[in-house]
Write a protein that binds this ligand. Structure first.
Ligand code: PMP
Ligand code: GLN
Length: 383
């Protein structure tokens, strides 16, 4: 393995899901729903296969999906994108982020990330030969946020890109307009490109609204936005995503993506286009049901002795393990299948400042009520 990838080993999601299978534990680790997406969307993918949509689609994506994405960004956020030049389809958000980072940050360039960060960010920045500069999200009155001075201090002469994930996995924070204003101000002042990861754009709770960074003053021209089908429509295995950005950035991302995967699976693209046009009411029901599941899991985790942070979005709860007498989330996560028959994700692996996250584990609530109930019942045996 090349030196720049040393230390990345196996992702925590693969490790913990394998542990769940090996021990027969309830898997509240890796975030994937245990119910399927909208039936007519699934049927559209099957139909696309039956009707011969099985050869290479155009590299930038099927026109129908690019048009559906442009229509969605316009209707929901008032953001206008030319489907032919400013919308680009990728193999999940993961490839969208990777291709964007590889296209826009080179060896020695610095990329700012908010920690805890989604694990692919660190690996992708390393692949680019770039350097990550973490800014820590810390709990303030029950919600994870950043110190604006810390963000400003993270910018240096080599900073090129800032990666912004909101709604944030695993912290559950949905950045407010004020927080986004700080980020936008830093981008404008230092001429940075923002790459936004908006895969949880529909999954926000309690009337909290997702605001795309590109909608702020002067930001559309310097923002590369990424989203995907997986979380919105409960088909995480479809790996279909998209990038919206000014044409010059799309051309850069395309140059990279051509040689990573060339194109993205056609049947999933057709079904995603269908879903963006027809299944948003289904997503609204998903959102409502997830909000109830969030509260159900939190009630159970609190009863089991964890201290929890109520997420404003995503389908994850950060839980502090110290009230239970534990201090190391990795140690607990590895022991939890034996102790309780439950799997969680130790979020310390998403921090550079491990001490800031050592005592957190993350639980997913995108599961059937009875699965959540059984999991918290088992966790109650911990104290
Ligand atoms: N970003 C975040 C924050 C995620 O949680 C995930 C997992 N859905 C991804 C990106 C990857 O999305 P995709 O499966 O579309 O590649
Ligand atoms: N995004 C999901 C999570 O955070 C799973 C990602 C993965 O398996 N790579 O759990």
């Amino acid at each position: 393995l090349v030196p720049r990838m040393q230390g990345f080993g196996t992702t925590i999601f693969a490790e913990m899901s394998a542990l769940a299978v090996a021990t027969g534990s309830i898997n509240l680790g890796q975030g994937f729903p245990d119910t399927d997406g909208p039936p007519t969307m699934l049927e559209t993918a099957v139909e696309a296969i039956r009707s011969g949509g099985n050869q290479y689609p155009p590299g930038p994506g099927l026109p129908e999906l690019r048009e559906a994405v442009a229509a969605q960004r316009l209707a929901r956020y008032g953001l206008e994108f030319d489907p032919a030049a400013e919308v680009f389809v990728t193999v999940g958000a993961t490839e969208g982020i990777a291709a964007s980072v590889l296209a826009l940050a080179g060896p020695g360039d610095e990329v700012i990330v908010f920690e805890p960060y989604y694990d692919s960010y660190a690996a992708t920045i390393a692949l680019a030969g770039a350097i990550r500069r973490p800014v820590t999200l810390r709990p303030v009155e029950g919600r994870f946020t950043f110190d604006p001075d810390e963000l400003r201090a993270a910018v240096g002469p080599r900073t090129r890109v800032i990666l912004v994930n909101s709604p944030h996995n695993p912290a559950g924070t949905v950045f407010t307009r004020e927080e986004l204003d700080v980020i936008a101000g830093v981008c404008r002042e230092h001429d940075l490109i923002a790459i936004t990861d908006e895969v949880y754009e529909y999954l926000t709770f309690d009337d909290v609204e997702h605001i795309p960074l590109a909608t702020l003053d002067g930001m559309r021209e310097r923002t590369v936005s990424v989203s995907s089908t997986g979380k919105t429509f409960s088909v995480t295995g479809w790996k279909t995503g998209w990038v919206t950005a000014p044409a010059r950035y799309i051309r850069a991302v395309q140059t990279v993506k051509q040689f990573l995967t060339y194109a993205t699976g056609g049947p999933w693209q057709r079904a995603t286009a269908y879903a963006l046009q027809n299944e948003l009411p289904w997503v609204e029901e998903l959102r409502t049901s997830l909000q109830a599941k969030r509260d159900r899991l939190i009630t159970g985790l609190e009863a089991a002795g964890f201290a929890t942070y109520r997420p404003q979005g995503t389908y994850f709860v950060q839980a502090d393990i110290r009230p239970l007498g534990f201090s190391d989330g990795m140690e607990l996560a590895r022991a939890l299948p034996d102790k309780a028959g439950v799997v969680a994700i130790p979020t310390q692996v998403f921090y550079d400042h491990a001490e800031a996250g050592a005592h957190f584990v993350r639980f997913a609530f995108c599961k059937k009520d009875e699965v959540i109930d059984e999991a918290v019942e088992r966790l109650a045996r911990l104290h």
